[in-house]
Ligand binder design. Structure first.
Ligand SMILES: [Zn+2]
Ligand SMILES: [Zn+2]
Length: 542
């Protein structure tokens, strides 16, 4: 679609790249190459000894100031400005040195330019401001810097009506999208083709961008039609992006459901299946007491069997109490305001953005929906619509998230569920085994049991289903607790930079060894990894 329009910036970038073909021997032949390669001594010689002009463009119309800005040589930018370089000078595409700084996210150079009067809103022939260019190249820290410090307008449209969010969505830069949404970029803007940023994310088939936009948006964007009359979901089908079409259709469906819930609050809505699970367990307990322990057709209960039977019932009641506790307890929702931050202060302003190492890969800690900087292991749950600390998964059977504050309860619930089912099944089988009389030769044991004790069989069936489900989950949880990793981290490990070592392979920094992981979990319910979890936030607070 419009990708060719940003080639203007790419051209200059490519030229620069070609200049770096042999980094050991850069050809410093004039003020332009000296500025591009950061050779201050040669630049000074050209200007002060040879008397070369530093404010004239080269043969292609590019300025030395642009080359220095592109490669973030702030001292050279300063020198050029002091020797007559014009911060407002534009090349043939109408781009200033600030546009070039945006290409590579050269923050230090941009600071010098802006402090010497460069206009942050200067537009090139396409109407691109520096903020558009930075969004096109995924320079998230640069966007943040010029918006926070120089009040660049992050909703400004280019000549075709496209905002930086359109470009970030089209290019699929998840971090840039997250930052723009975090800063309340307008999602509903339609360009000259009637396309919203969501349409643009769909065009390129960027699933992550679509998911981010849908979760953080008002959901109204889902129904906006472009000039061709297509909604984003229809456009996705049209372009053959099936996965995205499914994501968007599901989002639309759940949106419709929410409208229905408002009209008819009696509908289950977000209650999930917890009430159903609760009812199933209660029915099973009653079935167990009536048709297993005290069924008239079975033999009299011995004291030992009765003891086991009532133990099973007690365990089941305890499991029910635990279910109620898990589903009602706060799983570790993160407060929507950063503690100690006054409202007026921009929480991202004080981050030392030149120190990119502290932020590399950490933009995912911004939640564009809750508007918070969240700790590393947390995740936004779209069902609860909150960020949850040490997010494990959203469990529809407890109608709640499983996170830092209720994971131990959830684990105890699973253990109780497994134990109850085992005891219940053992007692039921013992009761049948001792009650079946001598059978006629033509009657099979199984046939007799099914016809004589249908209620016991029904109990065993439900008990078996619960046993398989709870035991499987229990084993999975034990293996994860032993390694101190969450279900979410297991499923999405490739997406989390903190789960990768310097060699790029999987590495879990929270794994303190099986014994400590387990003891921390059993004693506290979680492991405290504040130092690893909150580094950028501490950085902000300083
Ligand atoms: Zn959130
Ligand atoms: Zn949830």
């Amino acid at each position: 679609m419009a990708s060719s329009e940003i080639e203007i910036v790419s051209d200059s970038n490519d030229q620069q790249n070609s200049g770096f073909r042999n980094p050991n021997e850069p050809a410093i032949i004039d003020v332009y190459s000296a500025s591009a390669y950061g050779d201050f001594d040669k630049l000074r010689k050209f200007v002060e000894v040879d008397g070369v002009s530093i404010y004239q463009p080269d043969g292609n119309g590019y300025y030395a100031l642009q080359w220095a800005a592109l490669n973030n040589f702030a001292d050279i930018v300063q020198y050029i400005i002091e020797h007559g370089g014009n911060v407002h000078a534009t090349d043939n595409a109408g781009q200033t040195a600030l546009h070039w700084a945006a290409v590579r996210g050269s923050i230090a150079a941009a600071d010098v330019l802006l402090q010497h009067g460069a206009r942050v809103e200067a537009a090139d022939v396409n109407g691109y401001r520096a903020v558009h260019v930075a969004a096109q190249y995924g320079q998230t820290a640069f966007v943040n810097h010029i918006v926070a410090k120089y009040h660049a307008d992050l909703n400004v449209p280019d000549n075709d009506g496209r905002s930086p969010l359109h470009w970030a969505a089209y290019k699929g830069f998840g971090d840039t999208i997250r930052l723009l949404l975090f800063r309340d970029a307008f999602q509903g803007r339609q360009d000259k083709d009637g396309c919203t940023p969501l349409h643009w994310a769909v065009l390129r088939g960027n699933a992550e961008a679509c998911t981010l936009l849908v979760h953080a948006g008002t959901k109204e964007e889902l129904t906006v039609k472009d000039n061709a009359g297509l909604t984003p979901a229809e456009l996705a089908s049209d372009k053959g992006h099936r996965q995205i079409a499914v994501i968007l259709s599901n989002a639309q469906r759940s949106q419709r459901k929410q409208w229905k819930d408002k009209v008819c609050p009696a509908i289950m809505g977000r209650k999930g299946y917890a009430p159903i699970l609760f009812a199933v367990v209660v029915v099973n307990i009653i079935l167990f007491i009536i048709s297993v322990l005290f069924a008239p057709g079975l033999t009299k209960v011995t004291a030992v069997v009765a003891l086991w039977g009532w133990t099973g019932v007690s365990l089941a009641v305890a499991a029910l109490l635990m279910l109620a506790r898990c589903s009602s307890k706060d799983p570790g929702y993160i407060k929507t305001k950063v503690a100690g931050q006054p409202d007026a202060q921009d929480p991202l302003l004080n981050i030392d953005l030149n120190n990119t190492s502290s932020w590399t890969g950490n933009w995912s800690q911004l939640c564009p929906t809750c508007k918070i900087i969240r700790p590393v292991r947390s995740k936004h749950c779209p069902t609860c619509n909150r960020c949850v600390e040490q997010f494990d998964h959203h469990c529809p059977w407890i109608s709640n998230c499983v996170g830092k504050r209720n994971k131990r309860d959830f684990f105890i619930f699973l253990c109780l569920g497994s134990l109850t089912s085992i005891v219940g099944a053992a007692v039921a089988l013992q009761r049948i085994w001792t009650s079946v009389p001598l059978l006629a030769a033509d009657e099979s044991w199984l046939h007799h049991v099914i016809s004589a004790y249908p209620a016991v069989i029904a109990f065993l069936f439900m008990d078996g289903v619960i046993l398989i489900a709870s035991l499987t989950l229990c084993i999975v949880q034990i293996s994860q607790i032993a390694r101190n990793i969450t279900t979410n981290e297991m499923a999405n490990a490739v997406r989390y930079g903190y789960l990768r070592g310097p060699d790029g392979r999987f590495r879990n920094p929270y794994n303190h060894g099986c014994r400590k992981n387990c003891s921390d979990f059993l004693i506290h319910g979680y492991t405290n990894d504040d130092e690893i979890a909150w580094p950028p936030l501490q950085h902000v607070a300083r």
